[in-house]
Write a protein that binds this ligand. Structure first.
Ligand SMILES: *Cc1c(COP(=O)(O)O)cnc(C)c1O
Length: 494
């Protein structure tokens, strides 16, 4: 199995090289030359645990990893860091199965991939005779930063530097980051917004001279963002696992088709489910759920992608995105794997902020159904699910639930459905508790956590307990223009 770029240049790289590079030199994303089929039947896989299914799926993609290497990555990733042996349990509530992807260290679904990426990356470095220490640079609007810090903390041969907008993340998210332990972790607050952080990081990456200085000092940069195939591939696993669980427990028959609902931002999670379908998982529709930043909804309706619009801050901040980077991989497939056409669309997006796909391409979008949820609708979905069943979901999952309810009304489709539950309600207590009852308005984040425990019967996760009392270990703040200097200082490079 080799990987090629969505934007051409005919170069093929191995899986480990694609993981190391993150992005292709022509700025395209790496895609497998062929999407493999599931190597075993659902019956066979339904006898396996999460780690065994992870191995079965991932070995088809990471063909230059030895059996021992891949197994060791999986063992180290999916261990007691997760608060349940199942890793990604299903919870049945109302008319759907919630696939809880928030049992990792930072209680959001980013842990599913960022728990294993550091190990995939260090093995990839060894394989390609990289002796430099790998320095991960990440800009975050909240969830990715902490998940990446937790994933890379203490991993030999790596350092991680995270930039976040000083006043642009939630109090819990900030606390999670500034209390991060580990000698190889560094967190920097930036006087600016997320875009400033992201642009600053991109500039540091593309600074060739800095690259040479780093090389001399024995370092090289890499990235942990969601376009890395080392994040995409581990995400396919939990959809296969969930399908097998439904089958094993008699909720679906052999080959029965199901729907999957995914609260979507950068299009990474839902793309993984789409890859699962291409591998042979019996999936009817993939429901792409957006919040009020509904670029994707509009795109699926009209075939016209347009990011020129007002950016809205919502209660589901991890989906507040106007450029869904991973959509490029779907566009590439829709063009019939034509890198030149893909490049044209992406150039248009960069220059004009918009592009329109052909009618023929649009016809091939029938695997998807798209919807969106307004703020009040999300709160209503959280509150009515709680009142009906006692089950509490977070705001991102609330977006998915609303869109699913609309889909049922519209189509009367009764197929068994999985809703990707992307964060613990404990991460967004303020919105969740207020949605359930106005009496919680204005209470402190930790008081709300105690109340949520009483209400849901689900104990407060370690991730929240830990930061209640943890000492603050990072207090570096810098101006946007000083980001590069801050990196050099931390690494001791002049
Ligand atoms: C990142 C994130 C999403 C969006 O996932 P994408 O792969 O970017 O589409 C949804 N919910 C939560 C809680 C997230 O952290």
């Amino acid at each position: 199995m080799m990987y090629k770029s969505t934007r051409g240049s005919n170069i093929e790289v191995t899986a480990s090289q694609a993981i190391l590079k993150g992005l292709s030199e022509d700025q395209g994303l790496f895609v497998p030359t062929d999407i493999p089929k599931l190597p075993l039947s659902i019956e066979e896989m339904s006898k396996m645990d999460y780690k065994e299914i992870a191995y079965t799926v991932m070995k088809e993609y990471l063909t230059d990893f030895t059996k021992e290497e891949l197994r060791s990555c999986i063992e180290k990733a999916y261990d007691e860091k997760f608060d349940t042996k199942e890793i990604a349990p299903l919870f049945h509530a109302d008319n759907a199965y919630y696939l809880e992807l928030f049992h990792g260290k930072t209680i959001a679904f980013k842990d599913m991939a960022l728990s294993i990426l550091p190990y995939l990356l260090t093995v990839s470095a060894k394989k390609n005779k990289v002796t430099n220490e790998i320095v991960i640079l990440t800009a975050t609007s909240g969830d990715t930063g902490k998940a990446a810090l937790a994933g890379f903390a203490g991993v030999e041969g790596t350092k991680i530097i995270v930039f976040y907008p000083k006043d642009g993340v939630s109090p819990i998210q900030e606390r999670q980051m500034v209390t991060q332990k580990g000698d190889n972790t560094h967190v920097i607050a930036v006087h600016g917004n997320f875009d400033h952080c992201q642009t600053g990081v991109k500039e540091i990456f593309s600074n060739k001279e800095l690259g040479r200085e780093l090389e001399k000092a024995g370092y090289q940069f890499s990235s942990a963002n969601s376009i890395n195939i080392g994040r995409l591939i581990p995400q396919i696993v939990y959809y296969v696992y969930a399908y097998c669980c439904l089958y094993k427990n008699g909720h679906i028959k052999k080959d029965e088709k199901i729907n999957i609902v995914v609260p979507t931002g950068n299009f990474g999670n839902i793309l993984a489910a789409y890859y699962g379908k291409k591998m042979g998982l019996p999936i009817h529709k993939l429901l792409c759920a957006s919040n009020e930043n509904k670029v994707l909804y509009d795109f699926f309706q009209t075939g016209f992608y347009n990011k020129n619009r007002e950016f809205k801050l919502t209660s589901s901040p991890s989906m507040d995105i106007l450029i869904s980077s991973n959509l490029e991989r779907l566009i590439y497939l829709l063009t019939g794997e034509d890198p030149e056409k893909t490049m044209d669309y992406m150039e248009a997006l960069k220059e004009k902020g918009e592009y329109k796909i052909t009618d023929e391409m649009k016809r091939n979008l029938e695997d998807f159904y798209a919807g969106y949820s307004k703020e009040e609708e999300t709160f209503e979905a959280i509150s009515s699910l709680y009142k009906k069943t006692g089950y509490v979901i977070d705001t991102h999952t609330g977006v998915g639930t609303h869109v699913y309810n609309e889909y049922i009304k519209e189509t009367k489709d009764k197929k068994t459905t999985i809703i990707s539950s992307t964060a613990s309600p404990y991460k967004f207590t303020r919105y969740v508790m207020e949605a359930i009852d106005k009496k919680y308005e204005g209470l402190d984040a930790f008081v709300l956590a105690d109340e949520l425990w009483k209400l849901s019967g689900v104990p407060i996760p370690r991730a929240i307990e830990e930061i209640r009392t943890a000492p603050i270990l990072h207090n570096t703040v810098c101006q946007v223009k000083d980001m590069e200097r801050a990196v050099k200082e931390y690494l001791g490079v002049k």
